[in-house]
Design a protein around this ligand. Structure first.
Ligand code: ATP
Ligand code: MG
Ligand code: MG
Ligand code: MG
Length: 439
């Protein structure tokens, strides 16, 4: 992509309305634009990051055996009347009427709709286990939308729903998602800690929030330092091996970890003081087993091996991709801007032509641009005639992992510079060595 053809509306001034660093940087780097309170457009470079985040989530959901579908944003109120949640949900739900005065709503979540789909087609235990997910915009009329896309009213959510014949099978479904989540966040460079979370009236132990430690987080959390050293399962994890999955979950739930609501002072005091980590955290995911809460009132039943009909045992599993983009920035930035982990970077490399119009510079850059692209790298080529300081500041702000800097003197001598954004380290190399080094 040539910067001269791109849409990258960088802001020079720090936006006053933004209270936290990720919000400031997303506005300054031209990633998002607020359209109304808590409602954002994703501009081209922001959209690229969001797509990368969704791509990782999708790969790990698919790997675990979940199946992607796509449900609409608008739902019928009648579905929610069946489950009894239409009245309970309160003001967070955006209620809409169409021209025929039928009650609709903009979905804040999809338990009812997925249960309706399930009951319409699935009759037998032989069709289980089943896990269906989608990545779709949600709307919640938050009392206090703030921190940009961290707590917005319209936001993207990956929500998965599992269906099983009984509690035991449902537990394995929960473990599958638990392990998929560990892998998902680790691939984004994040250390997400699964913390015991409230299960409400359902009870039991199967509810975890995945929390990223950050000083700007909205939750107060408590966990054992051991989490920082736990090894995340590799690609080869076998999602059909229930015992292996249970073992992983066991390892990852053994040390103390709880959010404020579930915090237990007595248990906490058993953790050696040097191992206690009390911090602020950001909820990036939440998994939840709720059994027959929806399948019973909505009559989602299957016949078991004995021919008897039973309501299916369900769980739901959420991740907030749009919140994650902000959370990643909270974790990876410095005074000059964002520092994207490679896996979610909007481009792999920024190629800076220090003097467009200079024959040596142009030739070297065009050549590098073509070769890097040929190696499958996404390159943002700064071919714009601007002063050096502004070019460097923009590249640092948008946070691409690597920069290749081509100046007139170097180009003439057959050299260019590579700068690693994270460390600031620079090295000068012959032009023909650059591509191998970067790719
Ligand atoms: P919170 O406690 O932050 O209000 P929640 O517990 O209400 O979140 P869930 O219903 O568990 O959220 O939704 C699953 C995921 O969706 C959350 O873990 C979070 O990543 C994301 N999410 C929820 N609300 C928002 C929001 N207002 N803006 C952005 N992402 C959100
Ligand atoms: Mg909420
Ligand atoms: Mg929450
Ligand atoms: Mg939650």
């Amino acid at each position: 992509m040539r910067l001269s053809r791109y849409f990258l509306p960088i802001l020079k001034e720090t936006p006053k309305e933004a209270e936290i660093v990720s919000h400031r940087l997303m506005l300054r780097a031209g990633m998002i634009r607020q359209q109304a309170a808590g409602i954002y457009s994703w501009l081209p470079i922001g959209k690229r990051v969001l797509d990368k985040v969704c791509g990782i989530i999708r790969e790990e959901q698919d790997r675990s055996g979940a199946l992607e579908l796509w449900m609409p944003t608008i739902q019928s109120a009648d579905l929610w009347r069946e489950s009894g949640r239409y009245d309970d949900y309160g003001k967070e739900m955006l209620r809409i009427q169409d021209r025929h005065e039928r009650d609709l709503l903009f979905g804040p979540t999809n338990e009812e709709m997925i249960t309706e789909i399930f009951r319409s087609y699935v009759r037998s235990y032989k069709d289980l286990p089943l896990n269906l997910y989608h990545i779709q915009w949600k709307f919640r009329d938050e009392v206090r939308p703030r921190f940009g896309v961290m707590r917005s009213r319209e936001f993207l959510m990956k929500d998965a729903y599992s269906f099983d014949i009984d509690y035991g099978a449902s537990q394995t479904a929960y473990h599958r998602m638990f392990v998929a989540y560990l892998r998902t966040f680790a691939r984004m460079g994040l250390q997400a800690i699964p913390m015991r979370a409230d299960t409400g009236p359902i009870g039991g132990k199967l509810s975890h929030e995945f929390i990223i430690l950050a000083s700007t987080g909205e939750s107060q959390v408590y966990c054992h330092r051991d989490y920082l050293g736990l090894k995340v399962p590799g690609e080869d994890v076998d999602f059909s091996d229930a015992a292996a999955l249970a073992g992983i979950v066991d390892t990852w739930t053994k040390p103390y970890a709880a959010t404020d609501e579930m915090h237990d002072e007595a248990e906490w005091s058993q953790v050696a003081e040097a191992d206690q980590l009390a911090a602020r955290g950001i909820e990036v995911g939440h998994i939840f087993h709720f059994g027959t809460k929806y399948s019973e009132p909505m009559k989602a039943v299957v016949s078991g091996p004995d021919g008897k009909e039973v309501p299916v045992s369900m769980g739901s599993y959420g991740i907030g991709p749009s919140r994650l983009v902000a959370a990643i920035i909270e974790a990876f930035h410095d005074d000059n801007g964002i520092i994207w982990p490679k896996a979610v970077a909007p481009f792999d490399v920024g190629l800076i032509n220090m003097k467009p119009g200079d024959a040596d510079c142009d030739r070297a850059c065009e050549d590098l641009y073509a070769q890097l692209g040929g190696r499958g790298l996404d390159v943002l080529y700064d071919d714009v005639d601007q002063r050096a300081g502004a070019k460097f500041a923009t590249m640092d702000l948008i946070g691409l992992p690597l920069q290749v800097i081509v100046g007139p003197r170097g180009a003439k001598a057959g050299e260019a510079e590579i700068k690693i954004r994270a460390s600031g380290e620079r090295l000068t190399l012959p032009l023909d060595a650059i591509v191998n080094r970067v790719a």
